[in-house]
Write a protein that binds this ligand. Structure first.
Ligand code: GTP
Ligand code: MG
Length: 240
């Protein structure tokens, strides 16, 4: 079981099983327990690929990935996925009620837990405005939800399991700044290690540290001030 949520990439390289060229090469960095790390970088830089190694959607090709000082391969997939809240870049809802979509993976969730995680994910008010509220069906023959609404239901689904590690892949891209900062504030109460991929520099600056990826490599990692001093690419991103 994951206890602290410390994450360590040690000379990690990764090549997709169907590809010839690696998408990650020699990636090394550490995320401390309960730290919030933002990941930024151009499209195709390898941000999502970096994320997918944590719930072991793919295995590392070279190097070692550690969770709480133990190689990730020493955990069972159930142990890992029970401790990790992973919100993918394109969240998937299944045909069924909103309630079931939020409680997915935690079938014994109480009504209070479902509502609390929806409130923290800033989607409760939207749900209450729907015809059948939490019983509203989504998917086939269900209501149409916007991309941002699906993202927030997917975040609620991750939060309800009280993850030790929370991974948000561009999950707040569709939110206005006020809603996003409410959401990030609510997440702080979960005291989990948080990795958040974002294209918004303001979101990145609100994290403890920022990791800048470029072409499958870690170009720089540090606080906003450190990166301004270290990386001309970072300075250009901030100024753009
Ligand atoms: P954005 O989400 O667009 O910001 O990019 P990203 O930084 O998340 O990049 P990502 O990790 O998705 O992709 C990095 C590289 O891996 C790109 O060259 C992709 O074409 C490639 N890639 C991504 N997913 C797959 C996959 O499932 N199979 C293969 N073979 N290549 C992939
Ligand atoms: Mg991506």
């Amino acid at each position: 079981e994951v206890i602290d949520g410390k994450i360590e990439y040690e000379h990690v390289a990764f090549t997709y099983p169907t590809a010839d060229e690696p998408v990650l090469t020699d990636v090394s960095f550490t995320v401390n327990p309960r730290e919030k790390l933002a990941i930024i970088g151009a499209t195709g830089a390898g941000k999502t690929s970096l994320f997918q190694l944590i719930p072991r959607l793919y295995n590392v090709t070279k190097g070692v990935l550690y969770i709480d000082q133990k190689p990730i391969t020493s955990y069972t997939l159930d142990q890992l996925r029970g401790s990790i809240g992973y919100v993918p870049q394109s969240p998937l809802l299944f045909t069924g009620s909103i309630r079931d979509n939020i409680a997915w993976g935690k079938e014994n969730a109480t009504r209070e837990e479902i509502i609390q995680s929806a409130k923290d994910a800033q989607i409760h008010d939207t749900i209450m405005d729907l015809p059948d509220q939490y019983d509203t069906r989504v998917g086939q023959k269900g209501v149409n939800l916007s991309g941002g609404q699906k993202q927030r239901i997917s975040i609620a689904r991750a939060l309800i399991r009280r993850p030790k590690i929370l991974m948000l892949d561009d999950s707040t891209s569709a939110l206005d700044l006020a809603t996003e900062s409410e959401l990030l504030r609510a997440i702080q109460h979960y005291h989990c290690t948080t990795m958040i991929i974002t294209s918004k520099i303001s979101t990145a600056i609100s994290a403890d540290r920022i990791l800048l990826m470029n072409d499958g490599k870690v170009l720089a990692i540090g606080t906003h001030e450190e990166l301004l001093n270290q990386s001309s690419l970072y300075m250009r991103i901030v100024e753009s």
